[in-house]
Structure formats: structure tokens, C-alpha cells
Design a protein around this ligand. Structure first.
Ligand SMILES: Nc1nc2c(ncn2[C@@H]2O[C@H](COP(=O)(O)OP(=O)(O)OP(=O)(O)O)[C@@H](O)[C@H]2O)c(=O)[nH]1
Ligand SMILES: [Mg+2]
Length: 302
């Protein structure tokens, strides 16, 4: 969209999406933007960085901020993830608190944080496609009544795009008149390298169990043109030799599967043909080591 097609009363603003792990925050972001920006998985703690999804129309630019799910951290990495989410609660034009079940202690811990927030907070009840009746939705909403003065209650299905347009419509009211923050054709803040490493991590999340998915980081080491083919060299980092064995699999079968699936998706999303070369490396206890956390792109503090 060119600047001259923008309406004179153009509005813009930031909307963060916070909640417990696995409630569907990143699925919602992808649905709203209409493109895969953030990886998603059935495993909790999928998102590790603050990811922006930028939606621009003639009338407005809404910048959605996807955050890691807030949880009880067991590692330094977990603490960084929570801090990343906390920092996205302040200074927004609106906050979406996403849930997928009735209120319990874990939700209450997050609700407490909203007392220090000036902007409107909406309760977004996701995954309503899994609920049997309207009464089930009402039961969830009822459990949150009185817990906080939410500006609105929106039952949605991020997966099926149910009611998501109504939510966007309501959020327009919270934007401020002014210029866009980002180029009108930009949809995310992620670089191609970040997106490639995240897609590889997503394939690992789907294919491994228990502790392995959480112990994985992916680093794009370098890229080069080789005989007209764009080669991407990436390292999958794990914490223990046993995890390395699992990722490589019998005769390298697991690593091959991960590589093939990641390559296909990267080709599709980035619309380039790449050749993916994967290595697996052990870095003991990297989730607690500041230098490793920095090197793998998780700790942005000085
Ligand atoms: N049935 C159904 N499943 C959903 C919906 N939204 C998300 N999911 C599923 O819920 C799981 C978690 O989704 P994510 O988008 O990764 O959740 P998240 O809140 O970003 O999780 P973290 O990044 O770990 O905090 C995935 O398996 C999604 O497919 C929905 O509306 N309906
Ligand atoms: Mg996520």
C-alpha cells in the first residue's frame, strides 16, 4: 500500500497478546496476519521471542506483539521468556489476555499484572471450536467476571477464524491517530534467518517428546551459493549426548526427516529454493548459561 492511499484520519497502535503457554497466541497472530510469522505447536513454551505481526489497511496499522507463554520458570531461559512477556504488557494501546479454560491460580497470577497497566485489557477465550455449547463458553466467561475490569470479552477460535474480525473491529477504537510505525508492506519484525531457525525448531518440537523439545536451540551458521543452489547451514543445539542421539535417529533418519520438512516449509514461506544442511551439537546446560543464551538470540539484556 502506498502512503497516498492512506486515509487522513489514519490510526495506529500496538496490541500485545499475553497468556499461559499453549493457549493459541501464536496461532491467533498467524490467523490475523494471514501468514505464518510465528511457529506453533501442541507443546507449551513454543514461542521464545517477542514477535511482531503488522496488519495494515487504508484506515489503520495494528502492530500485534506475540509473547512467550507466562509460566513458572525452571531455567534462566524460562525467566527470560517470562520477562519478555511482562515487558509487552506495559506501554501498549491494548492488551489481549488469551485463555482457553476457566480461571485458576495460574491465570490469577497473570491477571495481577494487569493492575499496573493503563491500557484496556480484553479477555479472549480461544479454542471455542473445542467447546460443545454456548453454556460452556459462558461458564468460562463467568469464572473471570469480577477478577479484573476487562474492556471486553471475546470468545474466538484462532484456528477457524471465528469472531476474530469482531475483535479487530473493537481494537480499532484503542488505536491513536497518527502515522504507521512500520512500512505498509511489512508484516513482521523477523529476519529470514530468524524465521528459518524457528521453522527448524518447530519441526523438532513436533517430532520429539518430553524434555528434548525444550532443550533445543537452532542457530543459522551461514549461507552460501553453491553451484547455483542457496545453501543454509544450521546447527541444532541440545543439552545432552542422549538428546543428540534422539535427534539424529537411527542411521540419521530423524535428522533427515526434520531437514526435509523444514526445507519444504522454508521454500514455501520464503519463496526460495534452499538446500538445508543440519548439524547437531551438544552444549551442556545452555539454558542456564548467559553467554549461550545470548549467542542463541534469547537474552537481549546487556
Ligand atoms: N482446536 C483449536 N486449537 C487451537 C486453537 N488455537 C490454537 N490451537 C492449538 O493449540 C496449540 C498451541 O498453539 P500455539 O499458538 O502454539 O500456542 P501459544 O499460546 O502461542 O503457545 P506458547 O508459544 O507456548 O506460549 C497448537 O496445537 C494449536 O494448533 C483453536 O482456536 N482451536
Ligand atoms: Mg506461541
Amino acid at each position: 500500500m502506498k502512503l497516498n492511499t492512506m486515509k487522513s484520519n489514519f490510526k495506529s497502535g500496538f496490541v500485545s497478546i499475553v497468556g499461559k503457554p499453549n493457549v493459541g497466541k501464536s496461532t491467533f497472530l498467524n490467523q490475523i496476519i494471514g501468514s505464518k510469522i510465528a511457529i506453533t505447536s501442541p507443546k507449551p513454551q513454543t514461542t521464545r521471542n517477542r514477535i511482531l505481526g503488522i496488519k495494515t489497511t487504508e484506515d489503520y496499522q495494528m502492530v500485534f506483539v506475540d509473547t512467550p507463554g507466562i509460566h513458572k520458570p525452571l531455567h534462566q531461559l524460562g525467566k527470560i521468556l517470562d520477562d519478555t512477556a511482562y515487558s509487552a504488557i506495559q506501554g501498549m494501546d491494548a492488551v489481549l489476555f488469551m485463555v482457553d479454560k476457566e480461571r485458576s491460580f495460574a491465570e490469577d497470577q497473570i491477571i495481577k499484572l494487569f493492575n499496573a497497566v493503563d491500557s484496556p485489557v480484553y479477555l479472549v477465550i480461544n479454542k471455542i471450536d473445542l467447546l460443545k455449547s454456548k453454556a460452556d463458553i459462558d461458564k468460562i466467561i463467568m469464572s473471570y467476571l469480577g477478577a479484573f475490569p476487562f474492556k471486553g470479552f471475546f470468545p474466538i477460535s484462532a484456528k477457524e477464524a471465528t469472531n476474530t474480525d469482531k475483535l479487530i473491529e473493537a481494537l480499532k477504537e484503542d488505536l491513536q491517530e497518527g502515522y504507521p510505525f512500520f512500512d505498509c508492506d511489512q508484516i513482521s519484525n523477523q529476519t529470514d534467518f530468524q524465521l528459518m531457525s524457528e521453522i527448524i525448531r518447530e519441526k523438532v518440537l513436533y517430532k520429539t517428546q518430553e524434555e528434548v523439545p525444550h532443550a533445543v536451540a537452532v542457530v543459522i551458521e551461514h549461507t552460501e551459493m553453491n553451484d547455483g543452489v542457496y545453501e543454509v547451514h544450521a546447527t541444532i543445539v541440545v543439552e545432552r549426548p542422549t538428546q543428540k542421539q534422539i535427534l539424529i535417529g537411527k542411521g540419521g533418519s530423524m535428522l533427515k526427516e526434520i531437514g526435509t520438512e523444514a526445507r519444504k516449509e522454508i521454500n514455501k514461506i520464503l519463496d526460495t529454493k534452499i538446500h538445508l544442511i543440519l548439524f547437531v551439537k551438544v552444549k551442556k546446560d545452555w539454558r542456564n548459561r548467559p553467554s549461550d543464551l545470548k549467542a542463541f538470540g534469547y537474552d537481549k539484556s546487556e
